[in-house]
Design a protein around this ligand. Sequence first.
Ligand code: FRU
Length: 534
Amino acid sequence: MSSLKNITSLILILIAVLNCKENPEKNTDEMNTDKVNVASSEESLYRPNFHFTPKKNWMNDPNGMFYYNNYYHLYFQHYPDDNVWGPMHWGHATSTDMVTWKEQPIALYPDELGYIFSGSAVVDIDNTSGFGKDGKVPIVAMFTYHDPKKAEAKKTDVESQGIAFSLDEGLTWTKYEDNPVIKNAGDRDFRDPKVMWDTERRQWVMVLAAGQKTIFYSSTNLKDWKRLSAFGEGIGNHNGVWECPDLFPLTVQGTNEQKWVLLVSINPGGPNGGSATQYFIGDFDGTQFSIDPEFEKAINNNHDFWVDLGKDNYAGVTWSNIETSDGAKLFMGWMSNWQYANQVPTESWRSAMTVAREMRLVKEGGTHRLAFVPTEKIKGYRGKKFKESEIVVKEDTKIIDSENVDLSSAEIIFNVSELNSDLNFTLSNSQGDELSFGYTIADKSFYIDRSNSGKTDFSKDFANKKSTAVRISDSSNLSGRILLDKTSIEMFFDNGLNVITEVFFPNSPFEKLILDSEKETTLDHLEIHELIIN
Ligand code: FRU
């Protein structure tokens, strides 16, 4: 017995010695503390203040967003066991204002039919599905099953569509016993069903992405689906796979005219590289989506239409069962890009969502355009404020530092009524990291440059070039609203006609904001609000 004890102690000593050899400076206790320190410094440095992140591990697309009984629900592509993409589940979070979120237990787990890929959810008020029971309104989710075995065997029928229902307002879900409800008919990429109620025809309409096109279906009970038509072949951007479509009607601002909007994410093929979301404006007659001739003409003249010109807003779709009082749709996207999503420098969790945005349809220069602004609810979090009028900007004009307002949780609002020079904003910290963005007259373009913004070398595609966006408006008045969090910037220029969203990872928080203009430029209005989120 005692000799066994001796041998055991000997083995333990040997292990300890070997450990020390591997890392002569540290003992195991110290190494564990290091891990904890890395995690806690990552928490304080990179965990966003007002953007949704999963507590732990991997997240991509927003899924199944709906509003019901005072709660906004957000589901998301989630791999709870690792910080890289893997077998997909639907994570879940709830909110009463789309700004602060409470993570809930996982909603949908993979099963024998496959991983649970992206999809949507609707509130089936009239119980058309028959899933309702004892007067409880069913919430019905539709998602893609992705069969990893078929994918590995390089089969084509990898993806099919399934449904699930919830009788407790989205907390727990039961998968339908006759899944899949739509089988694969030979499309390799066949996914991301988005369901909506078509009021005019009193039918459910669903759109999904299939390779280089979208396919439309209708149903009266959310279980039996009839294929209606397809759209997209040869129209718009096709430099990648089409994913995560969304179809809905929207009234043109200031008119009674209604148009139909089709969003389609594409990866790669984005205007500044990698993933991005394009859109089409037209009509839907209950069977077929047809693009407006003027819109098609603009596309043929080499204009692609993008929801966001930055690199980090992908797979975004709209909330069901809610819109703003003036009819705007509510939208949220995944704030990352498949070029580097798996490598961004956070370990405990990976990636965040954009803020919720209000989406409106406007007519600008003869063409219909989508315009996005942050949800009104953000305003409820405004705290300390810096406000000035008539600020004359010359070379390196310091505007503010973190003693005035915390620049990693802030909203900047500005207006220039006579824009006649380049306008550059630079955020910086004591480590020499800089994030610059602004407007260049000669190119008539907005830009953002994160090449010196801190950690950038985790991917060759992260900061290899500035992102640019040609300005849509011709007005001499430039207005901007900018949301700053610890690792993201969301810029809404010209009332949301030009949107740019990007992420960054500084070595310490940005603490100084400098404005710079070649010629003297007057900001007739500048307001910086600290956003206080508890
Ligand atoms: C888009 C996407 C979807 C798919 C999901 C898988 O980012 O590729 O098409 O359903 O992610 O996680």
